[in-house]
Design a protein around this ligand. Structure first.
Ligand code: HEC
Ligand code: HEC
Length: 342
């Protein structure tokens, strides 16, 4: 309600500024311009889901609302925890009624730019993606119609929904759109490394050495983990196993050539998103570097760039130090991305 009051004040102000006729009492939704970090491309919202204050606020409330889950205890924020860059520290995600999923929870940072979602890229937009965790028994485990009935019992959400989408009741269309609008505001581009590039922060000698290694022809890390998002959104088999229990992209394409191919994960905020890889099988960044140094397990589809690197102890430490500079503390603490009652 505080938010709604704030908007009517803003509207009053705008009304006076434009010297129009009497301002109506009912609050109106206001467009939002999101700040895009330096070096990022422009952020596109779908034409039918342009960002507004009410849409983003509704999405935030739904993201943290346990009424969207079967057990009434789980919400998106249970697994996507802000202080861990919207991951959960578990090897494999655990959802409503303690059911285990299949995969490690990925970060939600900068998904507004992602051309597709999920580890095998099977979901084309954030609007559609929201349906997956709601239905999935190992996540929220709820029937959409039950969720809609429960969520409509909340007058504050209905008021926001009217403001945001002009509909009296929340429905699958408005729920998924609001969740997507909120998630597009999860923008992270203010790490120590970004500040270094902008000339306002310095890197230590070790961090700088790690940076040079990361971008070097010898290691080729940045060919897949490319700037500005530290992912090229490509799919690769890095040779984590000789036989993959989870076939990755093959699940979607049914092509043997895609076996063990997973989307390159972003490395932004990587220091706070342990454990690592699609199945959370590597516990620390040191383990990940040791894995790359070893050249992978030698899967027959393994990408050629994954090969023995012969890193010295100091080089390994430098790489880890560089990866730590990709943490964006403002993003992890930004109140507009936190539950509203905190
Ligand atoms: C039980 C834990 C859990 C809950 C609850 C959960 N998620 Fe997830 N989320 C995951 C896991 C695990 C994945 C990766 C799934 C995969 O790749 O197959 C994921 C993937 C995603 C992705 C795709 C990320 C990418 O990089 O492509 C988005 C977006 C997302 N979740 C948003 C949400 C939203 C919105 C909600 C609430 C409606 C939610 N999640 C609830 C665990 C969870
Ligand atoms: C051929 C493309 C490619 C190259 C080269 C590459 N990576 Fe990766 N990286 C990936 C993919 C794909 C994954 C996810 C693999 C999986 O989950 O099975 C990954 C995972 C990671 C992870 C874990 C991310 C997470 O969220 O779990 C880190 C850290 C990482 N890579 C760092 C590096 C470093 C450092 C180098 C250079 C030594 C490097 N990568 C080289 C494609 C690549």
């Amino acid at each position: 309600m505080r938010q709604l009051l704030l908007w009517s004040n803003l509207l009053l102000f705008l009304g006076i500024a434009s010297c129009g006729p009497a301002v109506s009492d009912s609050p109106k939704d206001l467009p939002v311009r999101l700040r895009v970090p330096q070096g990022f491309p422009s952020l596109d919202f779908p034409p039918d889901n342009q960002p507004t204050q009410a849409r983003i606020e509704l999405g935030r409330r739904l993201f943290y609302h346990t009424d969207l889950s079967m057990d009434g205890k789980t919400n998106c924020g249970t697994c996507h925890v802000q202080s861990s860059a919207f991951t959960d520290g578990r090897t494999i995600a655990q959802g409503a009624h303690g059911q285990s999923g299949r995969r490690n929870t990925p970060t939600l940072a900068n998904l507004g730019w992602s051309p597709y979602l999920m580890a095998e890229g099977g979901v084309p937009s954030l609007e559609l993606q929201a349906l997956a965790p709601l239905h999935e028994p190992s996540e929220m485990g709820i029937n959409m119609m039950d969720a809609v009935a429960r969520i409509n019992a909340h007058e504050d959400l209905r008021a926001l929904n009217r403001l945001a989408y002009g509909r009296d009741s929340l429905d699958p269309f408005t729920i998924t759109r609001a969740l997507a609008a909120f998630q597009r505001t999860m923008i992270s581009g203010d790490s120590k490394y970004d500040q270094f590039k902008a000339g306002v922060s310095n890197l230590t000698d070790l961090e700088r050495k790690g940076m040079e290694l990361f971008f070097s022809k010898r290691l080729q890390c940045s060919e897949c983990h490319s700037e500005p998002f530290f992912t090229d959104y490509g799919f690769y088999n890095v040779g984590l196993y000789t036989t993959y229990p989870d076939p990755g992209l093959e699940r979607k394409t049914h092509l043997k050539a895609d076996s063990g191919n997973f989307k390159t994960p972003t490395l932004r905020n990587i220091a706070v998103t342990a454990p690592y890889m699609h199945d959370g099988s590597l516990n620390t960044l040191e383990d990940v570097i040791a894995f790359y140094d070893s050249g992978g397990k030698g899967h027959h589809q393994q990408d050629k760039r994954i090969r023995e690197l012969h890193l010295s102890q100091e080089e390994k430490e430098a790489l880890v130090a560089f990866l730590h500079t990709l943490t964006d503390w403002n993003f992890l603490q930004n109140k507009t991305l936190s539950p509203w009652d905190e």
